[in-house]
Design a protein around this ligand. Structure first.
Ligand code: GCU
Length: 404
């Protein structure tokens, strides 16, 4: 590691953000039609080409199977476990979706969807959750992961991040899948997970990488929601924490079926502006996680100013859909101020649609959420997803979906 990490606001180099409302040929984007028809597709391509990689355009057959328990969580919910199977290989990639639907609901319900880090069985101690396969280091400290069966003792280990009962009682469904189902999180030359489904041109600077695979899996789950009788596919919020927040924002930017997008402490490569170079930088992320972004993104190590985009433009791709960006005070690695500014500088695109984006110009105080079509809060504490964060997301969804 031969780079310095800066945490001092006064040492941020001067930078100019690229303008979301001027296209590559220098033409101004003056209305929503020009944004939708001309600038949005151009920006999406730039993010594919320079940052996240291009998701191959291919129709892969998806098989759907599953089980259902209508008396889960003491009768509060129906638990569905849905297996999505891709392609015809002997051992095809599968995504194991865990879905809780509130039994008190009538009709199709809005849902929160997010990938989880450690396996479905870790989000709640519910003994009915199937123990799947998880990827863990081959030996302590190793960066190489191998699959192993999940253990009973791991049930509920990440439960503090998933207030399932609370979400259900507020009338929402919750859906999650293990990120390792679509791509294990290590530099495996893209041999595992869904990359194996499609020929990958390793020489192409814009070949899809881990964020591409995770975003792809979220969109396939959305395909499934379009068939599910319990979920209202027009009201699905995609969310994620940290690296999975980066994946959620990329998925939400690219796939407009996600009606609401939530970034929880997504930081560098998520909501935070890369040009600020404070906390985690483009170099730091590319060196430690070479498999996350496409190869072209590495050209911008220490050359952030050369990027044709910055992360406010990624957030702008979500316009005019509701977007929530959340930070944590002690999470300096993710650059809370950069996350706020990412959201703020998406505003001009929301305005093009005649809606208010973020309703403030300055960063709000701790635990004072601000909510327009774009919402933001910074809470006390560390890099994490807490019930405080969830409470705001539920309020935000109620507000935009008139749901309570
Ligand atoms: C590391 C990484 C971050 C990432 C985080 C996480 O800290 O540098 O970019 O967000 O892991 O996913 O928890």
């Amino acid at each position: 590691m031969d780079y310095m990490i800066n945490y001092d606001e006064t040492k941020i180099p001067t930078y100019t953000l690229p303008d979301p409302l001027t296209d590559l040929s220098g033409r101004p984007v003056r209305d929503a039609a020009a944004w939708v028809l001309r600038r949005r597709p151009e920006l999406l391509r730039l993010f594919e080409q320079h940052v996240y990689g291009r998701i191959p355009d291919a129709d892969i057959p998806m098989g759907v199977g599953g089980t259902l328990d209508t008396a889960a969580l003491n009768g509060l919910a129906t638990r569905k476990e849905v297996t999505l199977t891709f392609g015809m290989a002997e051992t095809p990639p599968q995504i194991h979706l865990l879905l809780y639907v509130p039994n008190a609901a009538t009709g199709r319900v809005p849902a929160f969807l997010g990938l989880n880090f450690f396996g479905n069985h870790t989000i709640h101690p519910d003994p009915g959750i199937t123990l799947g396969t998880v990827w863990t280091p081959v030996e302590e400290g190793s960066k190489v992961l191998a699959p192993r069966p999940a253990k009973d003792t791991e049930r509920g280990l990440a439960a503090s991040r998933w207030p399932v009962e609370r979400i259900l009682k507020r009338g929402y469904a919750l859906a999650t899948a293990y990120c390792g189902d679509s791509d294990p999180d290590f530099d495996d030359s893209f041999h595992n997970g869904v990359h194996a489904l499609l020929p990958r041109d390793d020489a192409a600077g814009d070949a899809w990488a881990t964020f591409g695979a995770w975003a792809w899996s979220l969109s396939r789950i959305m395909d499934y929601f379009e068939m599910d009788p319990h979920v209202d596919e027009r009201r699905v919020a995609v969310l994620g924490h940290s690296r999975l927040g980066k994946a959620a924002v990329w998925a939400g930017a690219a796939d407009e079926r996600f009606a609401l997008v939530i970034s929880n402490n997504s930081g560098c490569g998520g909501a935070a502006l890369s040009r600020r170079r404070i906390g985690e930088t483009v170099r730091a992320i590319n060196e430690r996680f070479p498999h996350w972004f496409c190869t072209n993104f590495k050209q911008y190590n220490d050359h952030e100013d050369a990027l044709p985009v910055d992360q406010h433009m990624l957030l702008a791709l979500i316009a005019p859909r509701p977007l929530y960006v959340a930070s944590a005070e002690e999470d300096r690695w993710s650059d809370p101020r950069g996350e706020f500014l990412g959201a703020l500088h998406a505003n001009p695109v929301y305005r093009l649609f005649g809606v208010e984006g973020l309703p403030v110009d300055e960063m709000p105080d701790l635990e004072r959420p601000v909510m327009g079509k774009i919402a933001y809060h910074i809470r006390t504490g560390k890099h994490d997803v807490t019930t405080y964060d969830w409470e705001q997301y539920l309020n935000f969804a109620d507000r935009h979906w008139g749901h309570s």
